[in-house]
Write a protein that binds this ligand. Sequence first.
Ligand code: DGL
Length: 293
Amino acid sequence: MTSLTASLATADQPIGFVDSGIGGLPYLRRARELLPEERFVYLADRRHFPYGVQSRDAIREIVMNAVAELVSVARPKMVVVACNTASVVSLSELRRTFSIPFVGVVPAIKPAGAAAPDGRIGVLATERTVEDPYVSDLIREFAPNSGLVLVPAGELVEIIESRLTLASPKEILDILRQSAAKLIAESVNVVVLGCTHFTHIRDELSELLRHEVPVLDSVEGVARQIVRVCGHAGRAGDAAHAAAGPKTEDLLLVTGREARREPGGAAAGDAVENYRRLAVRFNLKLLAQEPVK
Ligand code: DGL
């Protein structure tokens, strides 16, 4: 990866986030609510999107490079790997390589196992995540007697990435209908959103499941973990820090991406507009490495 931009580091070290795209934004929003004095820098590694269809080795290398980029431009005091695919594949190597703390995001199998110990758990995630041994280990440990329905939903990830803010509510529901139908046909008792992109459409999925099945994500748990880690890594709640004056803007950094047609008929240009709107919606200053055509 070439350098995103000149250093954005300031004395006030931010909390860094990384994902292949927009998936981690709901996590950032919740962390920001809990830590209003902190500064946040979010790296959307669109250049390598989607992660979820690539090999473990490829993803590991991509994530190591994305984090190295984030560390070099923003000097975060900790990094949230706001992507299940990246976390299950790369967390241990990231922790071995970098000296800052990491918070990962993994499918919420533990609460799902508690909610349906003898029932059926539907896991909606990328191909890479549903196949990963990390997830089978979580299942063995926390949901050994639950039936499991793994639903790979790569196409859904692509559409959310490029069309979330552009699609009409009906279009979003139509896109989700197939996955919802599968979960209903499999009579699942609880659904786990095992890909951060799906946290954006959680309410719509619940609606299609007629609010009869709990839909779990890891937003709250991860945000609380960020607060805990930040307490060690930084200055959350520190009076001197709070008194330092108005904080600088939180940033959304986007790595470059060549033009291409997105699946589902969406043009790559849609993704650019989607990012513009998301930056406004999440109150982030958008900085792109190179214009995405
Ligand atoms: N948001 C990522 C996750 O949580 C995956 C998206 C992708 O395939 O790039 O798994």
